[in-house]
Ligand binder design. Structure first.
Ligand SMILES: Cc1ncc(COP(=O)(O)O)c(C=O)c1O
Length: 450
């Protein structure tokens, strides 16, 4: 690799960054990360920070997971690529499908469809949901319902079910037939409701109302994150997802759990669906499936959907969907090693325990820093929402968010700033000492707000 001066000089000059304004990136170039070890990353200036972002909600086992690195190296040497399109398969893909079936057995999911990442997994689930109804002769069931504030990636299907204008406005018109209902978000909801259980009822009633308005026989699926992530870490009341499951069942609507963040332990349970005691019809996974070391994802499929496809004997059952890199053998080998390590280290338990500590630590910062309007989370997904005024809940200024980020970074902790939210999603292997370091770093960073 070229030297540090070259990297600094050319940083953001010849590439556009995802989720950023190109001009802003040129004016304020991003941190250049050059190394990672354990739960820390180091930048081109030599500054080491505790990565409280966990890459991007995906490096659950940290940066030094040797079994995953070895599996990638060995698979690259044995067979760096072969396709899984009709007619061929590979050993790692077959073995992974077997392991995932065991892994997701408690969720009632028995088949895998492999993808190259989260957006692909969402796109796949939406398409399979429509196809499921077509096979059954319900050809009008094409619409999708979802939650405001939800995030489902950036393909046109996923962006169309997203519940945040930031990811939609510049790309409209979106896919027809997608409708959002209010999100069970205590801090900001249209009902002015502060009781979580009552709010869950109100949002479920809004879903019921939308189903009646659209006509149940026109709706293919409802998609939701069990704990909303990118929209600002919103854990719904425990009754909400079961209520949604019941409504979907009653109306013949499929339930897609978008677990791109929550699968594999982040909430303190092995899946978000399991956390709430719900069995979805389709589950989207990606990110931590390979510990972030290789772009890969899997849509897991419930028996009800499996039977419909596998018992079909006409062209409606044919899957006209897939990616060149679906079931990539190197990704599958990485996933196999990641699953084994994830299980061996029992990271879900640590995510639950460290998550409670981190949430308590962040809540403690509210006494000292008026700018913190709300702290919420579940397991190791936590958000501090920063406001200019606690009474009106008006968002903290962008410049303030930038200052908080820089000052926290200077104190040795990497966090993610998204609109007026500071989002924490550290590796699931962090210790109590790491939690204390994150809270101390934030304490220092928040003082930037005065
Ligand atoms: C819930 C959810 N779904 C889908 C996606 C999209 O995944 P990817 O960025 O890998 O395409 C994300 C990404 O953060 C996500 O959080």
């Amino acid at each position: 690799m070229r030297d540090a001066n070259f990297l600094i000089e050319n940083n953001a000059r010849h590439m556009w960054h995802p989720m950023a304004h190109p001009a802003e990136m040129q004016a304020m170039p991003p941190k250049v990360i050059t190394a990672g070890a354990g739960v820390h990353v180091t930048d081109v200036e030599g500054q080491k920070t505790l990565d409280a972002v966990g890459g991007l909600w995906n490096v659950n086992l940290g940066y030094s997971c040797q079994p995953v690195k070895d599996a990638i190296r060995d698979q690259l040497s044995d067979l760096p690529y072969y396709s899984a399109f009709r007619g061929t398969s590979t050993g790692p893909a077959i073995e992974l499908s077997y392991e995932l079936r065991e892994w997701f057995e408690p969720d009632g999911l028995t088949r895998a469809f492999f993808t190259s990442g989260g957006s692909d997994s969402v796109e796949t689930a939406l398409r399979l949901a429509r196809q499921y109804h077509k096979i059954r002769g319900d050809r009008d069931r094409t619409k999708f319902l979802s939650l405001k504030k939800g995030y489902h990636g950036t393909h046109f299907g996923g962006a169309s079910v997203n519940g945040n204008a930031n990811f939609r406005r510049n790309y409209e018109p979106m896919l027809a037939g997608c409708f959002q209902i209010p999100c069970p978000h205590i801090y900001r909801n249209p009902f002015g409701e502060s009781d979580p259980a009552k709010l869950a009822q109100l949002c479920a009633a809004a879903l019921e109302d939308e189903v009646a308005f659209q006509g149940a026989d026109t709706i293919a699926a409802f998609i939701m994150e069990p704990v909303l992530g990118a929209g600002g870490v919103i854990p719904p009341h425990e009754s909400f997802m079961p209520l949604v499951r019941e409504i979907c069942d009653r109306h013949g609507i499929l339930l897609i759990a978008d677990e791109v963040i929550t699968a594999f332990g982040r909430t303190g349970a092995w899946t978000g669906s399991r956390l709430w005691g719900v069995k979805p019809d389709l589950m989207c996974t990606a990110k931590a499936i390979t510990n972030g070391y290789y772009p890969f994802g899997a849509v897991m499929i419930a028996e009800k959907v499996v039977e419909t496809f596998e018992n079909n004997d006409d062209a409606f059952g044919n899957i006209g969907h897939g990616y060149t890199y679906s079931a990539h053998p190197v990704g599958a080998a990485a996933a196999l090693a990641t699953l084994a390590e994830t299980k061996r280290l029992n990271v879900a338990e640590n995510a639950g325990a460290r998550g409670d500590e981190l949430l308590a630590g962040c809540k403690g910062l509210m006494d000292k820093h008026q700018i913190v309007g709300d702290v919420r989370g579940k397991g190791l997904m936590i958000c501090l929402e920063l406001v200019a005024d606690r009474a009106t809940k008006s968002a903290a200024a962008k410049s303030v968010m930038g200052d908080v980020f820089e000052k926290t970074y200077g104190a040795g902790v990497m966090v993610r700033v998204s609109s007026n939210n500071v989002i924490l999603s550290p590796p699931l292997v962090i210790t109590s000492d790491d939690v204390a370091t994150i809270v101390a770093g934030l304490d220092h960073g928040l003082s930037a707000a005065g």
